[in-house]
Write a protein of this length. Structure first.
Lengths: 154, 955
């Protein structure tokens, strides 16, 4: 992960690097500095009494990390856990949180100016979870609002 | 305000707060001593304030400096015995020191705060004092001046110069306030050029007499400090600076050598890492135990040991003396008393008891609340106390001590106490209880109602306590820490509150249990006992009350909850038909209720490292945290209070206890003896009365050693002799297992053990006891339990058979002269007691109830020396009988022994009221006999007859 952050040095001041991943058919992205690591630790310990979207907890090198099912948060259908399922680990207020995604796609570098306000017709996800999108020739990357995703208060 | 070097400022803040931390208590002590001051104590405060002033001046913190200076001025007057530290003076000093601390904490904005009022208040003391002051004594100065080093003098003089510079500007009318108070002193660390204060009064108070004449002289002597004129002018200030310098420096040097300041975050990190290490060590131990490699084993053992020590040492860094919290209370109580117009002393014990920092911080508020309550509600005003005839001065006692790996904090006052009737009334008014419930509730439980939400006992809501946030918040806070709180109170005597806390929150001993294929940890602090119920017994032991399961446990009904249901766990597919397995129940308690948790399996007891829950798990009330087990898996730590709340356990328990009450009402005589049923081989089932059992030890077979024909168990306290049952009564041989139980009794002040292979049950003695079938010496009789005959042993008789030398031969002839009346409606117990007494050659007369007994006594057909009576009997009960005896003119000297079951405190109290001489537990013959002898000896003495008392011989 350190390497990733250092890569940023090589990119231009007006560029950002995005980690992109799939939930169902939707291609999502997070800024690379928001992501601590990506792992395959998909066997979780269920949390009794927790909300539906909390898939469980994992032991990440001695730290307790909550794993959130991103599909459920975004209101997407939940495909079963496959070989491609990954945990995108992020840190929020010093707490480790894993986002369970269906697969990881790529790391892309894009000019800041290419991040645009989302068109209204986007993909059936609650608008509060994203603000900007990046349109590639053949797809659209939805840039997640991490705080909104994590601070689910039901 | 910004500073060039924030680090220096931070250092100043930390150091100053440290220096001021004790000032409060020191001031209180000074107040206590009054005119009879302890100069060293005053100096300590003086020095603290002084060094704050110095550094503040250096950093340009003007307001802090001027307030500190004013404080210092007053302290100096106290030190010189020029003013007496009365309550008012100390009050002003306390307020000022509070404000000073406040300023230091908010150092950035301190220069914008207006401190003039405080300074004026302090200087007001100084001005007042000049009226009283009539004997300035600057005489000693000249003698000391020789000793003064040039450096110190230079500082002092420079200091004086700056002060005088301002002083000369002062108007003449302020000179009346001038005293021989020394100018502010500087120690070496602070540049001699103190920032001129913008507060003239401040400086004015610190000037020496006749400023106009000395000013030029001082100005010149700053260059040459040894000039005589300067030293004569500053006589007093020199001695002062000398004192402060000489005493201050060594202290700070020592402090530097013995401790360093470390950020708490570093300690937390260390603690976490140590926790990790513990987990890794556990994994390692698990791994090594699977292979047999002795080298690896020894390395692992080494790591195990070091890890444990390391963990302990790191834990120690987090431990702080509880005095950090306790030290606030004298002040709190003092202020409260002033406010409320009461008087109250504070007694603090166990200052040195150390508690984890986290717990210490969290306990401040609850404890503060309790102490304030004690003063506000508890302590009664002096006139009220006098009216009640209380001679002890009002006191709140706060004590801390360790007990069984926990910390106990007691807050005890000797005030009014809490009236359970009032509480009940209020509970009914507030709708907490129904009238019926209130009537049935015991006083103890009624007092516990104060922990109920929205309960305040003060008649009026005061601004001191009783602001709606009540004891329920206190209880919640304490329970959140994994602790408990309980209250006891006696009207007119006072109230005592006990808080029990774990030593640390970071690592807790827990029991690991399985539920639906997952592991959970239950903190040991919550666990009362573990119960395992065989599939055979399930129908009998587990019942249903209004859809909720209950466990029959020693005559009580305990609500049950299945953990997997409570947590709504999906059922584990691997779980086999549970009906075929024994049910494991963990009996837990929270401050308010007890209940049983049904789990699938009990695992090991482990010391677990607590990991806090993430933000998404805050709503999981049944969970308290998580831990990572030796194999890297996560286990949730159960929050027993949360679980109880979720399952509405309290209600369930109340229902169950009501049911139990009605059950016991139906069978009035439910105070039957409990017996321990055990077996030593496949055939014989045996039982002993529970009340005579001291404890049951579980030991390894190897622990039993035999010397000659005497077996014994070696334990910490020495050796415990083992009774060989087969030598005393006819029974089959003991079948040895790898682990066995030892039932321990106390006979004649010594402990003896009886081996028991399997402990089957602790049950109530049935009403029908067969005394014929298994009749033999050492066996009282037999009962039928679960279709199997069980022989009830007479442990005293057996001891006597096996160890006759322990008992002295009885003087039969003398005993036979004594006639004892035994009153007991149960044939079985009466026969037992009579048999015991007859074996001792007493003459025994029997009566079936109190009336029969009373008739016998009045008839004077026998000359009774003693009456032994049961409590509950038809026609006339034991208490009434005793009352009749003790109130009569002829028989009031006849001693009465009452036989009772354990746990009936109330009847003991009633008995004391009617004049019962001694109480004994049924079937504890040993005690009964010694009681009989004691009472007979006593009455013989009274009758001036010679009577030789018989005691067990110490072998």
């Amino acid at each position: 992960m350190v390497a990733m952050t250092q890569d940023r040095v090589c990119i231009g001041a007006d560029e950002v690097q995005l980690v992109t991943f799939y939930c169902g058919d939707v291609l999502l992205g997070l800024r690379i500095e928001q992501v601590q690591e990506i792992n395959r630790q998909t066997t979780v310990t269920p949390v009794p009494e927790a909300s539906d979207f909390v898939s469980g907890a994992i032991n990440l090198r001695g730290e307790l990390a909550t794993v959130i099912d991103l599909n459920k948060v975004l209101g997407l259908a939940r495909p079963s856990i496959t070989k491609k399922t990954r945990n995108v680990m992020v840190t929020q207020e010093k707490e480790l949180i894993g986002l369970l995604v269906d697969s990881v796609s790529d790391i892309i570098t894009v000019p800041v100016t290419d991040l645009v306000e989302s068109p209204a017709n986007v993909i059936g996800i609650d608008a509060r979870f994203f603000q900007k999108v990046y349109v590639t020739p053949d797809n659209i990357v939805v840039l997640l609002e991490l705080d909104e995703v994590i601070q689910q208060n039901e | 305000m910004s500073f060039d070097d924030p680090e220096i400022v931070q250092e100043f803040v930390e150091e100053s707060l440290h220096q001021l931390s004790d000032v409060e208590n020191q001031l209180l002590q000074i107040e206590e001593q009054g005119a009879d001051i302890d100069v060293e104590l005053v100096n300590t405060v003086f020095r603290a304030v002084h060094s704050v002033k110095g550094t503040a001046g250096f950093l340009g913190l003007e307001k802090i400096q001027s307030l500190a200076h004013a404080l210092e001025t007053v302290m100096n007057l106290i030190r010189n015995c020029e003013i007496v530290p009365t309550g008012d003076v100390v009050g002003t000093l306390l307020t000022a020191s509070d404000e000073l601390r406040e300023l230091i904490i908010n150092v950035e904005t301190s220069n914008e705060v207006d401190v003039q009022r405080r300074v004026d208040e302090l200087l007001g003391i100084v001005v007042d004092k000049t009226v009283l002051w009539d004997d300035p004594t600057p005489t000693s100065a000249a003698e000391n001046s020789d000793a003064t080093t040039e450096d110190e003098l230079a500082d002092t003089v420079a200091q004086l110069a700056s002060d005088l510079e301002h002083a000369t500007e002062l108007s003449a009318n302020q000179e009346c306030a001038v005293s021989n108070e020394p100018p502010s002193k500087q120690d070496g660390s602070v540049p001699a050029t103190e920032k001129p204060s913008d507060d003239r009064q401040d400086v004015g108070a610190g000037t020496t007499a006749s400023p106009s004449s000395t000013a030029p002289a001082v100005a010149s002597t700053t260059v040459n400090p040894s000039t005589a004129s300067a030293s004569s002018v500053n006589s007093n200030s020199k001695t002062d600076s000398e004192k402060s310098n000489s005493t201050n420096k060594p202290i700070s040097r020592v402090a530097q050598e013995t401790s360093i300041r470390v950020p708490v975050s570093t300690l937390d990190q260390l603690m976490n890492l140590a926790g990790e290490l513990v987990l890794r060590r556990n994994s390692l131990i698990q791994l090594t135990s699977k292979r047999s490699d002795s080298e690896l084993d020894s390395v692992t053992a080494g790591i195990d040991q070091v890890t444990s020590s390391l963990q302990e040492a790191i834990m120690q860094t987090r431990m702080q003396p509880i005095n950090n919290v306790f030290s606030r209370f004298p002040r709190v109580v003092r202020d409260l008393c002033v406010k409320l117009g009461k008087q109250c002393d504070v007694e603090i014990n166990g200052k040195g008891v150390e508690v984890d920092k986290t717990i210490l911080e969290a306990i401040v508020d609850p404890l503060m609340h309790i102490v304030r309550n004690a003063v506000d509600h508890g302590i009664d005003p002096i006139d009220e106390r006098a009216a009640a005839g209380k001679t002890r001065p009002p006191v709140v006692e706060i004590s801390a001590y360790h007990q069984a790996g926990r910390v106990c904090i007691d807050v005890i006052d000797n005030g009014r106490g809490i009236d359970p009737t009032k509480i009940k009334e209020k509970a009914v008014v507030k709708g907490v209880l129904s009238g019926d419930e209130a009537d049935q509730m015991s006083d103890r439980d009624a007092i516990r109602l104060v922990f109920h939400p929205g309960f305040s006992t003060a008649e009026q809501v005061t601004d001191v306590s009783g602001r709606g946030v009540g004891m329920d918040v206190v209880r919640n806070n304490i329970e959140r820490l994994g602790g408990t709180v309980d209250i006891e109170s006696e009207v007119g005597e006072g109230t005592s509150i006990r808080i029990v806390l774990p030593l640390t929150l970071a690592i807790i001993p827990s029991l690991i249990v399985m539920s639906a294929g997952r592991r959970f940890a239950i903190p040991q602090i919550n666990i009362l006992e573990l119960v395992r119920i065989s599939p055979y017994d399930q129908g009998k032991r587990i019942g249903k009350v209004k859809n909720s399961q209950v466990l029959r446990l020693r005559g009580e009904l305990l609500p049950l909850v299945r953990l997997s249901d409570a947590l709504e766990q999906p059922s584990d597919p691997d779980e086999l038909d549970s009906a075929a397995k024994p049910t494991s129940i963990v009996v837990v308690e929270t401050g308010v209720c007890q209940f049983g948790v049904i789990v699938d399996e009990l695992r090991d007891s482990e010391e677990i490292v607590v990991k806090p829950l993430g933000q998404h798990m805050k709503e999981c009330r049944s969970l308290d945290g998580a831990t990572i087990l030796g194999d890297g898996q996560i286990a949730w730590i159960l929050n027993v209070a949360g679980l109880a709340e979720k399952c509405r356990m309290k209600l369930a328990q109340e229902e169950a206890s009501k049911l139990a009450e009605s059950v016991s009402k139906r069978r009035i005589d439910d105070v039957r003896q409990r017996i321990v049923v055990f077996s030593n081989n496949a055939n014989d089932r045996l039982a002993v009365p529970m009340d005579v059992v001291v404890r049951i030890d579980r030991i390894r077979r190897e622990d039993v050693e035999t010397v000659g024909n005497q077996s014994y168990v070696r334990n910490d306290e020495g050796t415990l002799p083992i009774l060989e049952l087969s030598n005393a009564i006819a029974c089959n041989a003991f079948e040895w297992q790898s682990r066995i139980n030892v039932v321990v009794f106390e006979i004649g002040g010594r402990e003896v053990g009886l081996l028991a292979n399997t402990i089957h049950d602790i049950t109530k003695l049935p009403e029908t006891i067969d005394e014929m079938t298994f009749c033999q010496d050492g066996v009282i009789g037999s009962i039928v339990e679960n279709g199997t005959p069980v022989r009830l042993l007479d442990i005293y008789r057996i001891t006597r058979i096996l160890e006759p030398t322990w008992f002295e031969s009885r003087r039969a002839t003398q005993n036979s002269r004594k006639t004892i009346l035994v009153v007991e409606d149960s044939d079985f117990f009466r026969r037992q007691v009579c048999k015991t007494l007859r074996q001792e050659s007493f003459t025994v007369v029997e009566a079936r109830d109190g009336q029969e007994a009373w008739d016998l006594i009045r008839s004077q057909a026998h000359e009774f020396s003693l009456v032994i009576t049961d409590v509950e009997m038809p026609n006339l009960n034991g208490l009434e009988l005793c009352r009749l005896i003790k109130q009569s003119d002829e028989f009031d000297r006849l001693p009465v022994i009452m036989l009772t079951s354990l746990g009936s405190d109330k009847s003991i109290q009633l008995g004391v009221e009617v004049g019962v001489d001694e109480y004994h537990v049924k079937m504890n013959q040993d005690q009964l006999l010694s009681g009989v002898r004691r009472l007979l000896a006593k009455s013989s003495e009274q009758n001036t007859e010679s009577f030789e008392s018989h005691q067990l011989v110490e072998v």
